[in-house]
Design a protein. Structure first.
Lengths: 168, 224
């Protein structure tokens, strides 16, 4: 059951990462177009995305079970991307945020830029956590081994050889 | 030794992920709460609201004063047509789309209040008070020394400063943080309180227009 949930969150994690990147890219591109700036100036917003995507690809390529099999890490990633998508949705479509009418572009850019700073911090925490977990070993499963061992039983009790089971 | 370092890195890694988890939940709930807060509405009934009815009555009195202005036969030297056109145009500005739409609405949200304030700023303050009424009253040198005109000048300047804070307060609804109590209270009660602030501003501006129309009505003769 845990494996199924983990696999599900692993897939959702990648999908949400791509969706959140699309939203953030669109809003940033619109803002920079209005300001007349080059989109390359906004590279610091997209660098965490590329780094995290690279690390996720490495995790799968190198079969790092300590990360891909870590349910907590997958859930946290999904949660962070969900927050980004929700913030982007509010930036573009929430009509009750009056700051969108101030600029006249029907987008709450100030709100988006305010929220981007803590979101970047969360991204870097995920990246740092990923790197730290890469160094560790995956948890080994407990294997039950049956060992047959001959034990000499004192003659008073019985002359029969007895077998005992040892679990390691 | 190696196992010890691996355990340390595992602890640090999980702690960092835990921090990200906590932050993510915090910002999710902060935004969900804010999303809900700025959707507050206030109930409104135009037929029973004292401020709205007072505005309607003031506008009716202004219209009566305008209709009592004599178009010809006065020796005051005032351009009657100019005065009458300016006053009528101002009354039409008061009867703008947003104010008339209030009659049909039963619930108001923050966007309605914002649009109402924008119409007040553009149509009432800028167009009516600053442009039309000021040119009618204060561009005529003949009446420059009248004390009454000086009082009206102060009244006009007061009106212009009166609600300058309101737009900033309304725009602040989009930056909701747990910074101060006053910020959260402003957001929570923004709809009801801001609405009545704007409606009071409409009433004060209408009162100013009524005083001006009464003065011209008395200057330019005619039975009421």
């Amino acid at each position: 059951m845990k494996k199924i949930i983990n696999s599900l969150f692993s897939i959702i994690k990648v999908v949400l990462l791509l969706i959140s990147f699309i939203f953030v890219f669109y809003v940033t591109m619109t803002l920079y177009e209005i300001l007349g700036k080059n989109i390359l100036d906004a590279l610091d917003i997209f660098v965490p995305y590329f780094l995290l995507l690279l690390l996720l690809i490495l995790n799968y390529v190198l079969h790092q079970k300590q990360i891909t099999g870590n349910l907590f890490y997958n859930i946290t990633c999904c949660l962070v991307f969900l927050v980004i998508i929700f913030i982007s949705y509010r930036t573009m479509f929430d009509e009750n945020m009056l700051v969108r009418y101030r600029s006249g572009y029907n987008m709450s850019f100030y709100y988006f830029l305010d929220m981007m700073k803590p979101l970047k911090a969360m991204f870097y925490l995920l990246i740092a956590g990923n790197i730290c977990l890469m160094v560790t070993k995956p948890e080994e499963k407990i294997k039950h081994v049956v060992v047959e061992k001959e034990v000499d039983v004192p003659k008073k009790i019985s002359d029969r050889k007895k077998k005992s089971v040892v679990t390691r | 030794m190696r196992t010890m370092f691996q355990n340390y890195f595992k602890t640090i890694g999980m702690a960092l992920v835990g921090l990200a988890f906590g932050f993510a939940f915090f910002y999710l709930f902060l935004n969900l709460y804010h999303y809900q807060e700025i959707r507050r509405t206030t109930y409104f009934d135009a037929s029973a609201d004292a401020s709205y009815l007072q505005l309607e009555e003031t506008l009716v009195r202004i219209e009566n004063n305008i209709s009592s202005i004599q178009k010809s036969g006065n020796n005051s030297g005032i351009n009657v047509v100019f005065v009458e056109t300016g006053l009528k145009s101002c009354v039409n500005n008061f009867r703008n789309e947003e104010i008339l739409a209030l009659k049909e609405k039963k619930q108001l949200d923050i966007v309605d209040v914002y649009n109402l304030y924008n119409d007040y700023e553009n149509k009432i303050l800028n167009d009516c008070i600053v442009t039309k009424i000021s040119s009618i009253l204060f561009d005529n040198d003949k009446y420059e020394d009248l004390d009454y005109k000086k009082i009206l000048k102060y009244y006009r300047d007061d009106l212009l400063q009166d609600t300058s804070y309101l737009k900033k307060d309304l725009n602040n609804n989009s930056t909701y943080h747990f910074s101060t109590d006053s910020t959260s209270i402003t957001v929570k009660n923004g709809v009801r309180d801001s609405f009545y602030e704007v409606l009071s501003a409409y009433n004060r501006a209408a009162k100013f227009l009524e005083i001006v129309s009464e003065w011209y009505s008395s200057e330019l003769g005619g039975a009421r």
